[in-house]
Design a protein around this ligand. Structure first.
Ligand code: MRU
Length: 361
């Protein structure tokens, strides 16, 4: 990466939401209470790490992958001297993998650890290998974030800058480093390609209002929060040139699962001739499936919708009142202009373009 840009971006790379210590365990900045409280949760077992993923103490596909890696180390630390270590560790790996269904980075990280487990004869040696692998997953994510920021910025320079609308949170809270889409946004701001970012609230969990606005405000990057329903009007008035989002899983054909509401933005962007950019590392691709209808979409408890800040928002819950709460949706490749990865930019994504940029024969 050009040294100058990397130095500029380091000014924006201040938040680390995942911290590892071999002595104490895994520290996670508890995202359920941001921006009101900056509390840390310390996990010292694989189960605690997995439950933290399920309960969204930590969230965002790459951050979930990094957490899963350290969760595996916690399992090794617990069972390294146990006679049944192989079975117990395998059970922990399964438990971690079941913590959330859609973000493929979780399954990718556990897949790497399972390969090591299956080949292992000694628990001591496995502890070392799994620790190295967890560190590599964390380090590679930081590097991938910088590479995507640079490539995304180059793409924007080539197509013209302007205001950006982003959805959910794709920053340091959602990754191990600078962020995916938010990394590109930071680079665009540092380079003068954009002066104003719009973040939508991202109901019901408010990743946009609580987390993205918090990160951008810390960076002194101008951010205006909008209700999700305002996105169409924003585009109709010509106030944004780019939509930039992350991804939880991308198929071989380039269909993208991301936070629910992404599909709405992509349809609106197509209608208004606004560019739709997805930013995701190669670890977010699931080449074992062809198209978006094969992606397992997570549904969460209806209480996330029916309550707000602990208060009932709809009339008192009754048998007749329910919620429908898919937390991801799938955007078909034909609504996406480009997918920025650390290996290159996939323009007009399709099977061939995906394989060629990812370097798969
Ligand atoms: C770099 S983050 C990409 C995605 O993981 C992000 O956009 C997203 O959808 C996160 O969903 P979440 O339910 O908050 O884990």
């Amino acid at each position: 990466m050009k040294q100058f840009l990397r130095q500029q971006l380091q000014n924006y790379d201040q938040v680390r939401a995942i911290k590892w210590s071999f002595e104490d365990g895994l520290y996670l900045l508890d995202q359920r209470y941001l921006p009101h409280k900056e509390d840390w949760v310390c996990c010292n077992s694989a189960k605690m790490a997995a439950d933290a993923i399920t309960d969204m103490v930590v969230r965002g596909a790459p951050a979930i992958g990094v957490t899963a890696g350290w969760g595996c180390v916690l399992s090794l630390q617990e069972y390294v001297n146990h006679s049944q270590w192989k079975d117990l560790i395998a059970k922990d790996f399964d438990y971690i993998e079941a913590s959330r269904p859609t973000a493929i980075n979780l399954h990718w990280a556990i897949g790497k650890m399972r390969l090591l487990l299956n080949a292992a004869d000694s628990a001591q040696q496995l502890l070392q290998q799994v620790s190295q692998q967890a560190q590599a997953i964390a380090d590679e994510d930081i590097d991938a974030n910088y590479a995507m920021a640079e490539l995304g910025l180059e793409y924007v320079r080539a197509h013209g800058g302007g205001n950006i609308l982003t959805h959910c949170n794709t920053g340091s809270l959602a990754t191990g480093g600078l962020g995916t889409a938010l990394g590109v946004i930071r680079a665009c701001f540092a380079d003068g390609q954009t002066e104003q970012v719009f973040a939508d609230e991202t109901r019901p969990w408010l990743q946009g209002a609580r987390l993205t606005a918090w990160e951008l405000a810390k960076d002194q990057i101008p951010v205006k929060l909008i209700a999700e329903g305002a996105a169409g009007y924003l585009m109709q008035l010509g106030k944004v040139k780019w939509i930039m989002v992350g991804a939880d899983r991308i198929t071989a054909d380039g269909d993208v699962a991301n936070k629910v509401g992404t599909y709405n933005l992509a349809v609106l962007a197509k209608h208004h001739g606004i560019k739709m950019m997805v930013v995701a590392p190669s670890s977010t691709f699931d080449l074992s499936i062809e198209s978006g209808d094969q992606i397992p979409v997570e549904f969460r408890d209806q209480s996330e919708l029916l309550q707000f800040s602990g208060q009932q928002v709809a009339p008192q819950a009754s048998e007749k009142l329910g919620g429908w709460n898919p937390v991801f949706d799938v955007t078909p490749a034909n609504l996406i202009d480009c997918i920025v990865t650390e290996r290159g930019v996939i323009e007009n994504p399709n099977k061939q373009a995906v394989r060629s940029v990812l370097g798969i024969a």
